[in-house]
Ligand binder design. Sequence first.
Ligand SMILES: Nc1ncnc2c1ncn2[C@@H]1O[C@H](COP(=O)(O)OP(=O)(O)OP(=O)(O)O)[C@@H](O)[C@H]1O
Ligand SMILES: [Mg+2]
Length: 260
Amino acid sequence: MAKTITFGIQKGGSSKTTTSGIISYLLARDGYKVLAVDMDSQGNLTDLLTQKDLTFFEGKTILDAFKEDDARKYIYNVSENLDLLPADDFLATLAKFIYREYERKQKMDGNFLLRETLKQVKDEYDFIIVDTPPSLAEPMINAICASDEVVVLCESSKWAFTAIERFLETAIHAQMNYNPDLRITGILRNLIDSRRTDSKAFADLIESQYSDLVFSHLVKRKASTGRISLNGFDNNPELDAALEEYLPFYEELKQRVGIN
Ligand SMILES: Nc1ncnc2c1ncn2[C@@H]1O[C@H](COP(=O)(O)OP(=O)(O)OP(=O)(O)O)[C@@H](O)[C@H]1O
Ligand SMILES: [Mg+2]
């Protein structure tokens, strides 16, 4: 039965997609069967993992899986161990689907839509990795309610810092009301700019405020990591350099979720 890990924070541009893409890639490379789930209508994880224009996925996305109650039909195979439930702009209509159709027909709380859909395929994977949009709306709550673990992303800025407390409140609310098995795996400090003293100061502040939650390894801002969005993972000549910053975090993550 797969372990489901959400990468989340409502602050935009905090490396949710980059991190969830890299972790999906690394787990698959290590031989684990991975399903990556794109819960963001921006479709960035879909783009990152497939290097395809999003128009390719029109009518073949996770929203279609939700509507037809059939996850398997919409799973796209990326590589030997890596599959994807893709997203495109139409996922922006998720709330409309939940409240107009899903809750009425299925007599199920709309917060459980993703959990119920993933149940169909959970046995086929070791890990399900969920990328989320920069908002606390339905896609994020669905991701949290479907997950065993949630990793909080935080880049080093004031607005990212102030988002953490609110995100944790939301996750704890979901844990108390919907998903008692949820664990907050930790807070990853990333996009740390070593040339900026304020960046280092925020990284330290997060550590002092959330000492019990922060991952000890933080991820620095690095040009080759940023360019993964352009070049993807296959035939990327600078992939080793791009992943370098993530490897210690990956090891720590595996330890925390109990796979080392
Ligand atoms: N470690 C890194 N070093 C350099 N650039 C990075 C790094 N991580 C992410 N980036 C870049 O920073 C930008 C934001 O990253 P990303 O899109 O992964 O964040 P996000 O939290 O998913 O954003 P959104 O909230 O819009 O979904 C992207 O252009 C990405 O390529
Ligand atoms: Mg993103």
